[in-house]
Write a protein that binds this ligand. Structure first.
Ligand SMILES: NC(=O)c1ccc[n+]([C@@H]2O[C@H](COP(=O)([O-])OP(=O)(O)OC[C@H]3O[C@@H](n4cnc5c(N)ncnc54)[C@H](O)[C@@H]3O)[C@@H](O)[C@H]2O)c1
Length: 269
């Protein structure tokens, strides 16, 4: 983890930010960082209790947050949430689409239901929120959206086709939307993180009692560490700081980009 908390040079005072998947990992860290930079962080997650816990942690630090249960695959609920936030606070400046799931299985074995579930959350969930927010931001004359892709879009890792396809779709959605809404002052970018230590990646190393097998995790991380010139595996804050930059005015000239916070791992193609 970075020697946190780092000073946040780009202020987001008065801004209202909606974060999906804010109950855990990268989403939670992002909500915390944006709030520490001055934004009101609206923490949403399919697990409403986890979203509330993130908001409470933000309040405990003296910053502003609200929380709501939100399943991003529920299009009507996403529109209600996004439009409700804009109505309640009078503005919507930032949307961070971070909610995501993964299902494993080689292409020849993938069940259609698993493929649908991954596309519904990772791609269509991002699409619904982008569409709801972009309509509001374009009418208001500005805003910033950050979507979450993955290093998986740069390679063909066996066993995660559904996930990789969903994230490749997120990349293309990001580019198309950026091209269409730039004239309204709305910027759209994505992060494509490398391996980050979160619940999503820890699930492989859980012991029967639910605790983490640190040794197994360290062994699995070894080859990835070797691929990074920095010898690093990511922590959620590493991605949150990149997102903070992208949503801030410091990135005024940046749109349609896929930022790869991944320790410098170069993909084979
Ligand atoms: N951890 C990594 O190595 C890594 C790498 C690249 C990309 N990512 C992406 O980063 C994002 C965050 O992942 P993480 O590692 O923090 O995982 P995580 O499992 O810690 O957090 C994901 C959060 O999304 C929520 N969520 C799941 N389904 C949802 C739904 N339908 N609606 C709303 N919320 C939902 C979960 O409840 C959870 O709180 C994901 O999009 C993931 O694909 C993660």
């Amino acid at each position: 983890m970075p020697a946190a908390p780092l000073p946040l040079p780009y202020r987001l005072d008065e801004r209202v930010a909606v974060v999906t998947g804010a109950g855990s990992g990268i989403g939670r860290a992002t909500a915390q960082v944006l709030a520490a930079a001055g934004a009101l962080a609206v923490c949403t997650d399919v697990d409403g209790g986890a979203a509330e816990a993130t908001a409470k942690s933000i309040h405990a630090g003296g910053h502003r947050a609200a929380s709501a249960a939100l399943d991003v695959s529920d299009r009507a609920a996403v529109f209600d949430l996004v439009e409700g936030v804009a109505a309640e606070y009078g503005r919507l400046d930032v949307l961070c689409n971070i909610a995501g799931i993964i299902r494993t299985g080689e292409v020849v074995d993938v069940e259609e239901a698993d493929l649908d579930a991954v596309l519904d959350v990772n791609f269509k969930g991002t699409f619904h929120a982008c569409q709801a927010a972009a309509r509001i931001m374009c009418a208001a004359g500005g805003g910033s959206i950050v979507n979450t892709a993955s290093g998986a879009v740069d390679s063909a890792t066996p066993g995660i086709m559904s996930y990789s396809v969903s994230k490749a779709a997120v990349v293309q959605l990001t580019r198309n939307l950026a091209a269409e809404v730039g004239r309204h002052g709305v910027r759209v970018n994505a992060v494509a993180p490398g391996l980050v230590r979160t619940a999503m990646t820890a699930r492989h190393y859980l012991l029967p009692d639910g605790s983490l097998d640190e040794e197994a995790r360290a062994a699995a991380e070894k080859p990835l560490r070797r691929m990074s010139p920095l010898g690093l595996i990511g922590d959620p804050e590493d991605i949150a700081y990149a997102i903070h930059y992208l949503v801030s005015d410091a990135a005024r000239f940046v749109t349609g980009q896929i930022l790869r916070p991944n320790g410098g791992v170069a993909m084979p193609w």
